[in-house]
Design a protein. Structure first.
Length: 332
C-alpha cells in the first residue's frame, strides 16, 4: 500500500492561523497562510511579479481536492478513485483540516500522494464584507492552489469519466455550465499562470457576500472579456465538458434519469467528467448513491459513471459495512 505523505501546508499568502492535528501517529502544529485581506492588493502583489504569461509548458497532471469540516464520504472516495483511474495523474493532493478521518478516508489513502493539512479562519473581512461561508473561503483557496501548483482542481462531487490529456496543452481550461455561465467546480491551469493571478484579483474585488458573485459570475464575466485564443484559454462546451447537466431541478433529474444513452446530443465518450451537484441532489442520494442495488442496475448517467469508477470486486458488503467502520480490504 502506498503511504500518503502528510505535508504542512505552504500556500504563501496573507493571514495566518494556528492549528494542531493528530494524524498517522504524528502531532503536527503549524501556522498556515490563508488568502484573505482587506482590499485584495496582496492577491496581485503576491503573484504578478512571478506569474508566467503565454507559457508552452503543459498543465501539470496534478489533481487537487479540498475536503474541509466533515468526515470523508463514499462519494468523495469515488471522486478520488475515478480521478486516479481515468485521469491517471502524476499526483493527487487532498487539502484537509484534519476532520476527514473515516472509513472512506482510510480507503482513499492508497490513491492519494499528498495530504496537505489546511485550516481556514472562522471569519475574515473582504471589501468590508465578512466572509462567513466555508464555500466562499474555499473559492479563494482553490485559486491559490491553482496559481502556486498548477494542475486540475476538482470539487469532491465530480467523477472523472475520460482522460484529460487532450486538455493539458492549453494555459487554462474551463467548462460551460448550462447555457450561460462558467463553473468553478473544475478548473485547470498552468503553474504560476498570469491568467489565474488576474482572475484571483478580479474575483477578490467582486466579493460582496453573494453566493456566486465572486466565483461563477465573476469567472464568466472575466473570460468574456478575454481574447481566448490569444490568451490560451479553452472553454469546453457544456454537454461535452465537466458539468454536462444543469444545476437546476431539470438538470438534476436528467443526471438520475434512466436510459441515459438514449438522450439526444450526449455521448459519454466525449464527456470529461460528471458533476453530481450533491447539495442540490441530496434528497435523491439515500435511494441512489447509498443503494448498492441501484448502483448495480441504474442506466442513468450517475449510475453508469459510478459503476465505471468502482474497482473490480467492489460489493454491497463494502458499501454497507462502511457505517460500522469495519476493516474491510477494498479491491484496487
Amino acid at each position: 500500500m502506498k503511504r500518503t505523505r502528510v505535508v504542512v501546508a505552504a500556500v504563501p499568502l496573507v493571514v495566518f492561523a494556528a492549528v494542531s492535528f493528530l494524524a498517522y501517529g504524528l502531532s503536527v502544529s503549524f501556522r498556515l497562510p490563508t488568502p484573505f485581506n482587506e482590499n485584495c492588493v496582496n492577491w496581485l502583489k503576491s503573484c504578478e511579479e512571478n506569474c508566467v504569461q503565454n507559457s508552452t509548458t503543459p498543465i501539470p497532471k496534478h489533481v487537487h481536492f479540498v475536503s474541509l469540516n466533515h468526515p470523508f464520504s463514499f462519494m468523495e472516495w469515488l471522486a478520488v478513485v475515478s480521478a486516479r483511474n481515468k485521469i491517471k495523474p502524476d499526483k493527487i493532493t487532498v487539502y484537509t483540516d484534519g476532520l476527514q478521518d473515516s472509513c472512506w478516508w482510510r480507503r482513499a489513502l492508497p490513491y492519494i500522494d499528498h495530504q496537505i493539512i489546511h485550516t481556514l479562519p472562522g471569519a475574515n473581512v473582504l471589501n468590508r464584507v465578512p466572509i462567513k461561508l466555508l464555500p466562499h473561503k474555499s473559492d479563494f483557496l482553490r485559486l491559490s492552489i491553482l496559481y502556486h501548483s498548477g494542475g486540475i482542481y476538482m470539487d469532491t462531487d465530480i467523477l472523472s469519466l475520460n482522460s484529460f490529456d487532450p486538455l493539458l496543452k492549453h494555459q487554462m481550461v474551463l467548462a460551460e455550465q448550462c447555457h450561460y455561465a462558467l463553473n468553478v467546480a473544475l478548473m485547470m491551469a498552468q503553474k504560476h499562470s498570469c491568467l489565474v493571478c488576474r482572475f484571483a484579483h478580479y474575483s477578490c474585488e467582486r466579493f460582496d457576500g453573494g453566493w456566486v458573485h465572486h466565483s461563477v459570475d465573476a469567472l464568466s464575466s472575466f473570460i468574456r472579456g478575454l481574447d481566448k485564443e490569444k490568451e490560451g484559454v479553452l472553454v469546453v462546451p457544456w454537454k461535452k465538458g465537466f458539468h454536462p447537466m444543469c444545476w437546476n431541478a431539470n438538470g438534476i433529474n436528467q443526471l438520475y434519469k434512466e436510459n441515459f444513452n438514449d438522450i439526444p446530443d450526449y455521448n459519454r465518450s466525449e464527456i470529461y467528467s460528471v458533476h453530481l451537484y450533491n447539495n442540490k441532489a441530496k434528497n435523491l442520494i439515500p435511494k441512489t448513491l447509498h443503494n448498492f442495488d441501484w448502483i448495480q442496475t441504474s442506466t442513468s448517467l450517475v449510475g453508469l459513471t459510478i459503476r465505471e469508477s468502482l474497482p473490480p470486486g467492489f460489493s454491497k458488503h463494502h458499501l454497507n459495512e462502511s457505517s460500522r467502520c469495519t476493516d474491510i480490504q477494498l479491491p484496487k
